[in-house]
Every structure is written in structure tokens, then in C-alpha cells.
Design a protein around this ligand. Structure first.
Ligand SMILES: [Zn+2]
Length: 295
């Protein structure tokens, strides 16, 4: 159940300008590349007949990347725009600084570039929000986002690991054994008994990542943690935080992703990086509680 619903409309031009305002205080190198990413002619913004759904950025070495959106003027669409701009800007940075063989980057670093933009946008919109409804809507969306990206994906990654262990141990794989892992994990993570909800224990059967793209889902949690840690470094004015982040964008696929993240200020072998998400989560909950108390 939503605590509030804000119906503000954000047409594409408004959304793009909002994002540009949000990043205005970042370094010139960063903002100019984000603007380049969203330059006219490189974004197919609105749905049209026969157009595929979803959103993505598509890049090729030696060419300016293109963005496909299905902008529907909602708040979500503004975040999608910021996210995809992050991917295209990353491609531009990488193409400018890497030779072709190392220009292609992994998903692991790609989602750091994109979710970083979402963090900037959220803080900007929270600062700019004037009505109680707007603030609640934003905060709720952000909290739900962390639940879905960080906690839920970590649960699924653990699920995948445990399901694979059944095979290693030679335990027969049955619908019951696969569901049991899910039931136990939901109990452990959320103290929820999912057998009370019809069909919920079969959630493993409708997440294609789990069987088509092995060990993909954990990357949502790790990339998200890394981008929040880097964003926190920038926000709290840690020395060279922004330069180091831009260094990651420029480094394309020239190093192992964990090294790239570490050089950018997010050491994923260190618990502190993951704590950046908990810190953000607590701050959002505190802000939400405060807004709910406002008259
Ligand atoms: Zn993405």
C-alpha cells in the first residue's frame, strides 16, 4: 500500500532539464558527458506503434551511443532517463579513452555508472519537493528501490547459490526441494511465511535470470552498493572522489571490475562499501518518518 501518490507529470523535456539541474553541481567533465549522452537525435523518447518496450542504451565503438526509452511522463520515467544517460555517458567516456579491445565494459561496472545518476537525481528531487505528497512519494519509491535492488536480489543470489549446492551434493532436484530453499530464505530475510500466499514459493520459476543468466542477480546488489559508496564519497567531499569515479568511467573494460570499483572508491571486498546502502536506507526512513509527522 502506498502512503501517498503524487501525480506530477514530467514530459520528456522537463525530465531531461530536471536531470541536468540535478547534476549541475558536479564536475564539468561529468556534466558535459551526461549532456552529450542525451543530445537531440540520440534519444528515442516516446512509445510509438510497433516499438519495443523497456529502456536501454546501446553503444558501439567509434559511434555515439543511442538511448531507447518509453517515456510516459511519470516520476519513474525521470529516473529511467537518468539511469540510461549514465550508461551512454559511460560508453562515451570509455570510447574516448580506451582502444577498441578494452572499451567494452562489464555489467558490474555498467550498473555503477547508471545507478550513480539515480542517487544524484533522488537527492535533488527531495530538496526541490514542495508538497508533503511529493516528498512521501519520492521517499517511498527510494525505499522500495533499495528493498528490491539490494535485499531482494541478495536473497535471490543466495537462492541461486544454495540451489547449485544441491547439485554439487548430489541431492535430487525437485520442485519441493527448490521451493523449500525459497521458503526458508523468505523466513530468514523478511520473517515471512510465503506458503500463505498462493504460488509465492514458486517465485524461483518466474525469474528468468536464475536459470538463463547464472549468477547475474548478485550484480544488482554489488553495483548498487558500489555506486552508493562512490556517491557518498562525492557528497561528503572525500579527496578526488569525483575524479576517481570518472576514472572508472574512462577505464571501460581495461581491468577486473572489482579493481575498477576499488580504484573509484568502493572496495567491494570491504564491508564498509555495503554499509553505504544501510546508511542510505536509514537516512531515507528517518526522512520519511519526519515528513509523515509534518502537518
Ligand atoms: Zn542499467
Amino acid at each position: 500500500m502506498k502512503l501517498a501518490k503524487d501525480d506530477t507529470k514530467y514530459p520528456f523535456e522537463t525530465a531531461r532539464n530536471l536531470f541536468f539541474e540535478a547534476i549541475a553541481h558536479m564536475s564539468d567533465e561529468f556534466t558535459s558527458h551526461q549532456k552529450e549522452a542525451l543530445r537531440d537525435g540520440f534519444v528515442d523518447a516516446y512509445p510509438t506503434e510497433g516499438k519495443r518496450t523497456g529502456a536501454y542504451s546501446s553503444g558501439f565503438y567509434g559511434f555515439h551511443p543511442y538511448i531507447l526509452l518509453n517515456h510516459d511522463d511519470t516520476l519513474d520515467a525521470v529516473f529511467t532517463l537518468a539511469h540510461e544517460a549514465g550508461h551512454s555517458a559511460h560508453t562515451i567516456f570509455s570510447n574516448e579513452n580506451q582502444p577498441m579491445p578494452t572499451s567494452d565494459y562489464t555489467i558490474f561496472v555498467a550498473e555503477i555508472a547508471s545507478t550513480f545518476n539515480e542517487h544524484i537525481l533522488l537527492d535533488y528531487l527531495l530538496k526541490k519537493a514542495t508538497t508533503k505528497n511529493q516528498k512521501i512519494d519520492l521517499l517511498e519509491k527510494a525505499i522500495d528501490g533499495i528493498m528490491a535492488t539490494f535485499f531482494r536480489q541478495t536473497l535471490f543470489a543466495t537462492y541461486e547459490y544454495e540451489a547449485n549446492q544441491l547439485v554439487e551434493k548430489g541431492v535430487p532436484i525437485t520442485e519441493q526441494s527448490l521451493s523449500k530453499i525459497m521458503i526458508d530464505l523468505y523466513k530468514h530475510y523478511y520473517d515471512l511465511d510465503i506458503t500463505e500466499e498462493n504460488g509465492k514459493q514458486f517465485v524461483w520459476a518466474y525469474i528468468p535470470h536464475l536459470f538463463y543468466t547464472p549468477f547475474y542477480v548478485y550484480q544488482y546488489s554489488t553495483s548498487y552498493s558500489a555506486s552508493l559508496k562512490i556517491y557518498d564519497n562525492v557528497k561528503t567531499n572525500q579527496p578526488n572522489a569525483m575524479e576517481n569515479f570518472i576514472g572508472l568511467l574512462k577505464s571501460g573494460g581495461s581491468d577486473f571490475p572489482v579493481n575498477q570499483a576499488a580504484k573509484a572508491g568502493a572496495d567491494l571486498t570491504n564491508k564498509e562499501t555495503f554499509m553505504a546502502v544501510i546508511k542510505r536506507f536509514n537516512s531515507l526512513i528517518d526522512q520519511l518518518e519526519k515528513v509523515l509527522e509534518e502537518k
